[in-house]
Design a protein around this ligand. Sequence first.
Ligand SMILES: [Zn+2]
Length: 145
Amino acid sequence: MDKQRRRELKALGKAEVARQSAAVWAALREANPAQPGDPEWSENYRRGVERERWLRKELPLLAPDTLHKLFVVREAGGAGWVPHIGGYLLCTSCGYATPSALPRRMLYWRACGCGNVRWRMLFWWRRSSVRYPEKLVPVKLTGRG
Ligand SMILES: [Zn+2]
């Protein structure tokens, strides 16, 4: 790799980091519009954190209205998605948010609004399916205050 190319890559990397942190900042502002220092701000902050804790614990499938009421949704970026506990995907055809992976459960029978993503677990048997993986976008959910 020559010097020029290396410099270009470095600049691109920096721009990407700046873009990502601007997106994080915007999501945080939207999740908690109160001014820092305002008592309302810490109240909002606490509620936002509680919502994120609930999300991590329950790993719910979220219909669009609930999703946007409780969370600010932003694209996680990066190419493709890797299923992992705590990861969330947005189904772009119905607007549901679904966990990208779930721990084993005795009985779990759910699907997103359009049936693109299906979860099926019954005792030892389990199957999850995604009909159109290209319609899934990895997202980060920030709890609204
Ligand atoms: Zn769907």
